[in-house]
Design a protein around this ligand. Sequence first.
Ligand code: IPD
Ligand code: CA
Ligand code: CA
Length: 268
Amino acid sequence: MALRSALINVMVAAAKKAAKGLVRDLGELENLQVSRKGPADYVSKADRRAEEILHAELRKARPAYGFLMEEAGAIDGTDTSNRWIIDPLDGTTNFLHGIPHFAISIGLERDSELFAGVIYSPVYDELYVAEKGGGAFLNGRRLRVSGRPKLDDALIATGIPFRGTPSHDLFLRQIGLVMGTCAGIRRYGSAALDLAYVAAGRYDGYWENGLFPWDVAAGIVLVREAGGFVSDLAGGRRMLAGGGILAANPVLHAPLAALLAQATPAGS
Ligand code: IPD
Ligand code: CA
Ligand code: CA
């Protein structure tokens, strides 16, 4: 196992502290205050408490860095080169149903590039870490994306749009194409873990439309550091700017991109 940098240690300590509250709240779901952000988009006191802990811990360790957080939004820092991008609870719907598949996701953007990522799944006790140029690790074990070379053997993850989101027709076209071509599809409900699982070689690829920076920042670093390719759905770099995401092993990325492109009407 490679020695962890001071930066990764700071991120891991914050994630582990916030995770304690999430696990406690998971055991007392009936007492949790829940509100709606959209027709099928929920936020709970657990999300907010975890975010407050992450904010406090990371600010203590790196007082000048800025923040982009799902619940509180953007907070500028005096150091404009470094910004944390945080989802305090990725997989809120799972969490609120008592399904243990959720994670804390902390990314660090440095000089406008994604530089480091930590994703922690508290119930599985799986800690994924990656830093640019330093490799990706799960509980200290080096990660490598899958080596599966053919789409017809591939297991692909995705996210299904919630009620009230605009991309239902696009998604139905995409899933029809992938279902007819690949071995299997999974929808587990946490974009951060979907990316971590691509990095770990569990999934051969993953795509989703309409995500936010906090869903994917840490996971992008993990996939790249595990040798995978990440792009937006048009093959570009707008993954943090609403372009959707496609992550896969290096052999399958281009064929998957070509397959998904068939779902997008010409000119859009
Ligand atoms: C959601 C999860 C889910 C994805 C949604 C996200 P949240 O994040 O990552 O897998 O399909 O698009 O919004 O709301 O649980 O943090
Ligand atoms: Ca999320
Ligand atoms: Ca969230």
